[in-house]
Ligand binder design. Sequence first.
Ligand SMILES: Cc1cc2nc3c(=O)[nH]c(=O)nc-3n(C[C@H](O)[C@H](O)[C@H](O)COP(=O)(O)OP(=O)(O)OC[C@H]3O[C@@H](n4cnc5c(N)ncnc54)[C@H](O)[C@@H]3O)c2cc1C
Length: 476
Amino acid sequence: MATTSIKNFGENVVFTPKNFYSPGNVGELLDILERHRNEKVRAIGSRHSWSPIAQSSEIIISLEKLDGVKVEYDEQGAVATIGGGCQIKRLIAELAKLDLAMPALGLISEQTIAGATSTATHGSGRHCLSHYLTALHIAHYDPLTSSPTVSVIRDPDLLRAAKCAVGCMGIIVAVELRPRTAFRIEEFLRFYTTLAEVVEKEADYPLQQFYYLPWLDRYLGQHRRETDRPRSWLAPLYRWYWYLVIDVGLHLAIKAIVQGLKSRRLPKVFFRSIAPFTVARRWKVIDHSQEMLIMEHELFRHLEIELFVRRSELGEAMEITRQLLLWADSSVPLPPQTERILDRHGLRTIAEKAAGRYTHHYPVCVRRILPDNLLISMTGGGNEDYYAISFITYDLPDQRDGFFRFAELLSMVMFHRFNARCHWGKYTPYHHPQIAANYPELQEFQQRCRQFDPDGHFQNAWVKSRIFGSSGSVNQ
Ligand SMILES: Cc1cc2nc3c(=O)[nH]c(=O)nc-3n(C[C@H](O)[C@H](O)[C@H](O)COP(=O)(O)OP(=O)(O)OC[C@H]3O[C@@H](n4cnc5c(N)ncnc54)[C@H](O)[C@@H]3O)c2cc1C
């Protein structure tokens, strides 16, 4: 099928594939693969990645019609088999009908299960979503016969690669996971002056996430824990509060300041004087897990970079964050330790380019993710918890230059200081040298990909250059 151009959510990746297909069943998918056996094939989900990870000028396949959810029961409980194109929101709704819930969720539910799996999408206080999968059904070319086929992966070693394979092992037709019995979460919001105070609360609220509010220089804890207590009778009111005040009101105000007034002074006034009053502090509410964990963060276009550090590095990482936010805004002198990082790693030019060019205008969200054993997930390896630190811009697509300069400086400093990783599905300035240093098991991942896809049918130019280190690049 001929195509028009495809845009991602952030409108920072736009491309026109030669052919776009949306097969209605697995047989049709295999026919398409047969027809294009000499071309590059890339699957696409709901285009919610900011990196060019799904981009292709050749064959693009959407599994939107393969979105079934089948739940069966064995001696250990429920097993769900979910079509790769199923959006998380549909999956949540289907599970809720059976009094079941997802073991982990990200901030939004627009992604497809295959897309979320491919980039190790995560929430807070649990493992990434991929961790919970027990099997993947993958369409690829049989390495012996070169004919299209579907393999079901259950082998634990192969799953370590396939559960976060950034589209490089083939097309995920379905995944299997064990849903949980539906559960409820208690939540409340509270301000803190120090990082230590908000992190300490994790002991009582293991599902919490928190925000660093630039310019106010305070932390806001969104404390969460599971509870057996019933849903609060005011929960519907709390939902309306979140929707009207946070999801819509706060974001419209930020958009008006950044995009309408194009002001770099007003974000500071807003965070210091207005934003704190939008927070309903200490209002404890209990609601169903899927209601509490999901926000409507996709309502307004934005772009995000997310950096992963280990627990022992969080304090210093947040201090560097604070320093670089000030440096990007008004070239406030950096402390000698940070200056040394710039000098030692040749980052002086990047720092000069970022100085005084960008005023951050959004809370910095910090989420804890438990370590997993996947080969190239951002949270793979070691025994320490990871913290994902996220930076979002609401600048219009053609006005993001200042943010990109800040993001490059921040990520390179974090890379050299902590070997911080960037989210696969978000904006990343990292190239192959950083990615190779980030993932000690990268070679094993590449080997597993070759086992499934010896000719690299399912790679695009971006993963080829950044992950596999081959020449050829894609602009971001
Ligand atoms: C507003 C917003 C909020 C977000 N919140 C979070 C969050 O809370 N936590 C988090 O971790 N991430 C978050 N993300 C990032 C997002 O979860 C990931 O980028 C995710 O991969 C997007 O899924 P998608 O279905 O849109 O896939 P796409 O972006 O379309 O594709 C992503 C990757 O998956 C591959 N892929 C898609 N379908 C298949 C398939 N069937 N078989 C094989 N490969 C496939 C693509 O080739 C590509 O490599 C957010 C993104 C946005 C825009």
